[in-house]
Ligand binder design. Structure first.
Ligand code: ACO
Length: 435
């Protein structure tokens, strides 16, 4: 088929050369509606034109008021607020409120919100027993995914997704309980007893307590690490329609409870192409081994022998704004934990790459994962915990996107189209007659 396409100010005119017919499609917010293409038919028995877009590279699936990214300019806004300002002045709990409810909370709203989250951090004792069923070396992310899914059986009221009060209760539970589940998963993987939440501590302080407390009566939270973790949580709280968020919306569109949908979103994050890049960065830095080996490594990358992990991004074609913040907190963390020797390799790699034509012309800059693994490692986390550390704060984004989807009258159960390439209709062949 050949068609000619001509655009006017706010319409797209399509001439179908098969039929000679012209169609005028409205353009709104820089998009045409895929369903408007369906009217383009060769005859009454023609299904109508559809689009083919593997991996949804050029398809907007929703209208969203939550997160804005300008990849060319390196801009990331939550509800209009720049990520750098939130990282500087806000806390994760305040940012989660902003992402979920659209506005920064008043002092009273923040107090109530913080109280509600603090009061929901405990998990049912049977959750502990459930977790004990995993093998001693179970991957904490696998444990996290399964346990979050299991929460749906503990909170059957979660099914009342169109009851505003019920939704709010599940939101409190999810934001509050994911750190507890994550910490239990970690303690399980190293064979230490689970630590109950301490309501006197901040959100990140309590998480550190549940991870690292030993026999002391009261866990002493290091304020620098507490703040650094809180900032890392802010940076990871949402990132618009990425793979796991699309999973959350897609699963939620069947009207399942939010625990089951969130388990699916976390499972998407478990994949190495999504939540595993920071682990790959650490492996790469270890392989390089020393600053002297960097030129040889870069040469290999340019020759197509591998990628510079932690560089490049599907959306950001300039410096990832989150990477800038992370680089700054890395220095603060290392003052407490001691310098991670891999940092020198990372800094030199970045310096060389940012001057090299190969990386400059392809707009390859450090992404969020380039420095985050180094910080997590310095704070004492094993690499298996890295995706879990993203899942905790991303819970705010996942639920906000889920709720937005539920309340959007234009949304429906997700179902894409396909181009069928299999065999045409054919009769069944009995076993004895098959060659
Ligand atoms: N190192 C070396 N070359 C690279 C890199 C890299 N990290 N990233 C892209 N390129 C090159 C490609 O080889 C290609 O070169 P060519 O035009 O000569 O063929 C060009 O840059 C464009 O690459 P694409 O793969 O088309 O870019 P895309 O935007 O699809 O890829 C991606 C983005 C997957 C993140 C890529 O940059 C990459 O693999 N980076 C390393 C892995 C990584 O850090 N992932 C984490 C991303 S952040 C996140 O998901 C949280």
């Amino acid at each position: 088929m050949r068609s000619t396409i001509r655009t006017m100010a706010d319409t797209l005119t399509i001439t179908d050369n098969r039929t000679g017919k012209q169609y005028e499609l409205p353009i709104t917010d820089g998009t045409i509606r895929a369903m408007d293409l369906r009217q383009i038919k060769t005859g009454s028995d023609d299904f109508g034109l559809i689009t083919y877009d593997p991996a949804f590279m050029n398809t907007a699936s929703c209208r969203s008021r939550i997160t804005y990214i300008d990849g060319d300019k390196g801009v990331l806004l939550y509800r209009g607020y720049p990520i750098e300002q939130l990282a500087e002045h806000s806390t994760y709990l305040e940012t989660a409120y902003l992402i979920l409810f659209g506005e920064l909370p008043s002092p009273k709203q923040l107090e109530v919100w913080t109280w509600e989250i603090t009061m929901h951090t405990m998990v049912h004792e049977n959750i502990k027993k459930f977790m004990e069923g995993f093998t001693y070396d179970a991957h904490p992310m696998g444990v996290f995914v399964s346990t979050v899914g299991a929460l749906s059986t503990f909170y059957p009221d979660g099914k009342q997704i169109f009851d505003e009060h019920s939704r709010l209760r599940q939101i409190h539970r999810l934001i509050a309980k994911v750190p507890t589940i994550a910490a239990y998963a970690y303690r399980h993987s190293i064979g230490r007893p689970y630590v109950y939440p301490d309501n006197d501590l901040s959100f990140p302080g309590n998480f550190l307590n549940m991870l690292f407390k030993m026999t002391e009566i009261k866990f002493g939270v290091n304020p620098v690490l507490e703040r650094a973790l809180d900032i890392l949580f802010i940076l990871h709280a949402d990132h618009e329609q990425n793979c796991s968020t699309s999973a959350m919306r897609g699963i939620g569109s069947s009207h399942v409870d939010p625990y089951s949908a969130l388990a699916g979103a976390a499972a998407a994050l478990y994949g190495p192409l999504h939540g595993g890049a920071n682990e790959a960065v650490l492996r790469m830095l270890k392989e390089i081994g020393s600053v002297q080996n960097i030129p040889g490594f870069i040469k290999g990358v340019k020759a197509g022998e591998g990628r510079l992990m932690g560089f490049g991004h599907r959306v950001y074609k300039s410096y990832d704004p989150r990477a800038k913040v992370i680089k700054r907190i890395a220095e603060q963390v290392f003052e407490v934990t001691g310098r991670n020797p891999l940092l020198d390799i990372a800094l030199e790699l970045e310096r060389i790459a940012l001057q090299d034509d190969y990386f400059v012309t392809r707009k390859l800059y450090p992404n969020v994962d380039f420095y985050s693994g180094l910080i997590y490692q310095a704070m004492g986390f094993p690499v298996t915990m890295f995706p879990v550390l993203v899942a905790i704060p991303r819970t705010a984004g996942w639920i906000a996107q889920w709720e937005e989807m539920l309340l959007d009258p234009e949304q429906n159960i997700t179902r894409t189209r396909q181009i069928y390439t299999g065999p045409k209709r054919r009769p069944y062949v009995p076993t004895a007659k098959r060659g």
